[in-house]
Design a protein around this ligand. Structure first.
Ligand SMILES: CC/C=C\C/C=C\C[C@@H](O)/C=C/C=C/C=C\[C@@H](O)CCCC(=O)O
Ligand SMILES: [Zn+2]
Length: 684
């Protein structure tokens, strides 16, 4: 049989069995292996992505072939969610030159990457892209420009495409500069475009990005893996009446053009941009809040503790290297509570409670200035290193500002949320309740949950207690942050930092007490719950027991329910009530009593409204469905809208209306939100 025929046969086989890449060794041996493996899987997860061009190229270039596919191995050696090869080549600096076209809802321009080639005779550069239209790729060397061949693979669900840039033979180690001319798609997953009617001011359009986890590839052809960190500068042309902001320092401002500089190396997921009719108010030295005019003063008031949080975080973690700390209060379609974009944290407007009670999200984002942005997970399987550490530091900031009892209450409260998440969101995917997850067949957005945040921070609190409390563990934390600053690391690097730090101390015996496999690889709730101060949490526990076990008549005459509690206790109590397996007499009158007892009807607090709406669903109050949907439409923060839609999907009477409502607003959501809600509603 001719080689060409064998290749053709193999291609057919590969398509049938969902094999996703085509750099082969021995097609027939590998085929057997793959087939055996796939028979053991419940279902292959990704679509085939063998392009004829890719096949022919591999066939021509390689005498022997090697099979790789996503469900069997890793897309890249270093990162299962990226095609890039940071072990062979790494980005040092990227220069962005962008024209932001609001009419076409596209960014058009170029990126000039300066790479460091780590191996001699590198024949190609692999980059990540998603729905990007590349027009030219050019090698810049010694003052001349050499056009280079490039091709883009078919798309893999959740991952995107591979951009291959062919290099001239004999490419040496060292510096190499490539310019890529391109434009984004109007449906780029990392960008959101709002028309004037979707803004508060109603007069100007707005656009923003959300690149974590792997959406930078829809904005820039790049090595979209946190294993690679690079500095960047940007020249952004935009309508002159609008303000452009990036995750960088402003270098120069001209009418309709803003220049930016980020001099600290960052992973691609931290590149961010927002353009809109924005104004700012000062929050402290080197710190301002940006928002649309209508809410900027309320934002300045809500986040007035930012400077104190920054100072507290620096005392705990070390010098703040990013020079500026600004907040940008986003439109309500922003899908997360906050995003730690360097120099410019993005936050959801659902934090505007009017009483600063939800501002701890800002403490969280500030903490990321060290945990995540300086010490970064190498890939998203080790996301707990970003988020577990950040929640741990956030709770310490809260502890220093509000006291040790609040700190412990926050940690305990988080555990209620974790329990809810494991019971509902992750009930069909228990493997995602492990601290270190396997992302070789799952996109990061689908794996996202509170597990890395809460199980991760609980693990750190366990270690802190084990090694002797904050006086011992905080110096270790600073040492760890210093050791790995500007680096990308895996869990084993944390393990060795802990080991190296304590091995020569009187705590060395504790090292053998840590059951790493139990914490990192076991499914479910944290294996050990540390000893927390329970005084604030006991109050909410008792209240939840009371409200779940007593009838409305019994409750109405019970003075216990009138006890004064803090806003955080109210939020926690409602969360605990949702977690109660049985709630006696959960009727309209019980919901009414709950609302009147705790003034819930007038509450602007999104965390309270969210939990109340879930209880309304649980009570099956169909006449209040419009109110629930109104809340689901008031913001598209996934923390709120996903559980609401999941609850509605489980309520047959309400499900059709929920689907209709979702379909009518889905175009106003970011792609990450609409895709995940589609799954929550069982539409995908
Ligand atoms: C084990 C999980 C593996 C991978 C997940 C990695 C990234 C997930 C991706 O979807 C991006 C997440 C971005 C998060 C940004 C901010 C969060 O801290 C917000 C938390 C929820 C909220 O408060 O709204
Ligand atoms: Zn975070």
């Amino acid at each position: 049989m001719s080689i060409a025929k064998r290749v053709q046969q193999w291609a057919t086989f590969a398509r049938t069995w969902h094999i996703y890449d085509c750099t082969w060794q021995n097609p027939f041996e590998s085929a057997k292996l793959v087939k055996t493996h796939l028979m053991g899987l419940q279902k292959p997860i990704y679509h085939p992505m063998i392009s004829t061009r890719g096949l022919c190229t591999s066939y021509k270039l390689l005498p022997i072939y090697q099979v790789q596919k996503r469900s069997m191995g890793r897309l890249g050696v270093v990162d299962p969610s990226s095609y890039s090869q940071p072990d062979l080549i790494t980005t040092e600096h990227s220069a962005l030159n962008w024209k932001v076209d609001f009419g076409a809802t596209k960014i058009q321009g170029s990126v000039l990457h300066r790479f460091k080639v780590l191996t001699a005779n590198l024949d190609k550069i692999l980059l990540d892209v998603r729905d990007i239209n590349v027009t030219n790729a050019t090698l810049l060397a010694g003052g001349s420009e050499l056009p280079i061949n490039f091709f883009i693979s078919d798309a893999v669900d959740d991952i995107g495409q591979k951009l291959t840039l062919e290099l001239p033979s004999g490419t040496a180690k060292g510096s190499l500069t490539v310019r890529i001319d391109y434009e984004t798609s109007s449906s780029a997953s990392g960008l959101q475009w709002l028309n004037p009617a979707q803004t508060l001011g109603k007069e100007h359009p707005y656009m923003f990005s959300q690149c974590q986890a792997i959406h930078a590839r829809s904005v820039i052809p790049c090595q979209d893996t946190p294993a690679v960190k690079f500095t960047y500068d940007a020249t952004v042309e935009h309508p002159s009446e609008l303000t452009a902001l990036m995750s960088a320092l402003i270098d120069k401002k001209e009418p309709g053009k803003t220049l930016f500089k980020q001099e600290v190396p960052i992973p691609a997921y931290l590149v961010a941009i927002a353009i809109g009719k924005l104004v700012s108010r000062p929050l402290g030295e080197n710190s301002s809040v940006w928002a649309e005019e209508a809410i900027v003063d309320a934002c300045a008031e809500e986040f007035s503790e930012t400077a104190t949080m920054l100072k507290t975080a620096s005392e705990l973690c070390g010098p703040y290297v990013w020079k500026q700390y600004d907040l940008l209060v986003m439109p309500p379609s922003f899908p997360y509570g906050g995003m730690e974009n360097p120099c410019l944290t993005f936050v959801t407007p659902t934090l505007l409670a009017g009483d600063k009670s939800l501002a701890d999200v800002v403490a969280h984002e500030i903490a990321h200035s060290w945990t995540g942005n300086l010490v970064t997970n190498k890939n998203f399987e080790h996301f707990w290193l970003n988020e577990g550490f950040t929640v741990f530091v956030e709770s310490k900031i809260v502890g220093r500002m509000q006291g040790a009892k609040e700190l412990d209450f926050k940690m305990l409260s988080n555990l209620t949320d974790l329990q809810e998440c494991i019971r509902t969101q992750l009930n069909k995917t228990p493997e995602l309740t492990k601290l270190v997850v396997d992302l070789s067949s799952c996109g990061p957005d689908d794996a996202f949950s509170s597990v890395p945040y809460i199980k991760g921070s609980t693990f750190l609190r366990y270690l802190e207690d084990l090694f002797g409390g904050p006086t011992v563990f905080e110096p270790f934390l600073r040492d760890y942050l210093k050791k790995y600053a500007y680096k990308s690391i895996e869990t084993k690097d944390f393990q060795s930092a802990l080991y190296d730090y304590f091995i020569d101390t009187d705590k060395k015996d504790k090292l053998s007490v840590v059951d790493w496999d139990l914490w990192l690889k076991t499914e479910g709730m944290p294996p050990v719950i540390p000893k927390f101060d329970e005084s604030l949490a006991n109050v909410t526990k008792e209240l939840a027991t009371l409200w779940s076990s007593k009838s409305v008549a019994d409750l109405a005459g019970n003075a216990e329910i009138k006890k004064t509690i803090s806003i955080h206790q109210l939020i926690d109590f409602l969360g605990k009530l949702i977690e109660c397996k049985d709630i006696v007499d959960l009727t309209e009158s019980k919901i009414n009593l709950l609302e009147s007892t705790y003034n819930l009807k007038s509450s602007k607090n999104a965390e309270i409204r969210f939990r109340l709406n879930r209880l309304i669903i649980r009570a099956g109050l169909i006449k209040r469905l419009d109110e629930v949907l109104e809340f689901a439409n008031s913001n598209f923060r996934m923390k709120f809208c996903r559980p609401i839609y999941r609850d509605l999907a489980g309520w047959p009477e309400a499900k059709p209306a929920a689907i209709r409502n979702f379909l009518s607003v889905k175009d106003q959501m970011m792609a990450v939100c609409s895709h995940t809600v589609e799954k929550d509603l069982g539409l995908k």
